[in-house]
Design a protein around this ligand. Sequence first.
Ligand code: ADP
Ligand code: MG
Length: 279
Amino acid sequence: MSDAETVERTMPESDVPTTSDAIDSPLLEVDGLRKQFGGVTAVDGASFKVAKGSFTGLIGPNGAGKSTTFNCITGIHEPTAGTVTFDGHDVTGLAPYTLAKRGLVRTFQIARELSEMTVLENVMLAPPGQLGESALRSVVPGLRERVQRDETEVVEAAWETLEFFEIDHLAHENAGNLSGGQRKLLEMARVLMTEPEMVLLDEPLAGVNPTLEEKLLDRIDELRQDGLTFLLVEHDMDVIMNHCEHIIVMHQGQVLAEGDADTIQSDERVLEAYLGGDV
Ligand code: ADP
Ligand code: MG
């Protein structure tokens, strides 16, 4: 059992840690993160921790630096300064592919090329380092059988994942024909196929109808109970306040406040940041 789990199980509810300092064994730790684009400082020394198994929300007015922070964590941008530690290892500046193999992933919008492929194909393509893609398959003895077995396993996993998100009836539909909400479910399904430890979601509910939104949030809650960790950027405050046990508020590239929903909602500085900002 990890320290975080021990703490969770032995502490009474009211004493559950709510500030980053109290997170003993974070799965993700961002320390002094800075990102400049020319003269623009998008992230200006942000530090925070994400507890293993938590559903943590990252909020803040437009331009606060949330997406840039995500991009620095997941290897899209090289940070100007600061460190990203995942599962105890310094992963600062590693490529998205390398991070995915270590269990840290973010959802991506379905690229144009993938919209021409079926939903099932999209999900099957997701796992990193699949043997089937390897040029070695024809030269290594016994690899053909292994590849075939692996492919069967991938197909099975793909169907299970589609069923989990209740989009299996769309398996043979081109991804490009899905509704906005169905596409979000597919993006989540693709990410899950990589067997992640932690998933970063940047506005996964934008353009999603209430029924699919409920479905997506239910799935996230289920996956969390299985031990997955989620970091979510989302504009819908009801979603953040109702689902995230820890909320980090960014403002002007820095962490302005953090804590549980009650703490954040009663924080004057947070209110001011939102009123002053272009929300
Ligand atoms: P948020 O996601 O919180 O709305 P962003 O991280 O997208 O904020 O942006 C933070 C600031 O950095 C904004 O002022 C934005 O204009 C700027 N910014 C973001 N990405 C770039 C970029 N690629 N080049 C220049 N400026 C950028
Ligand atoms: Mg953004």
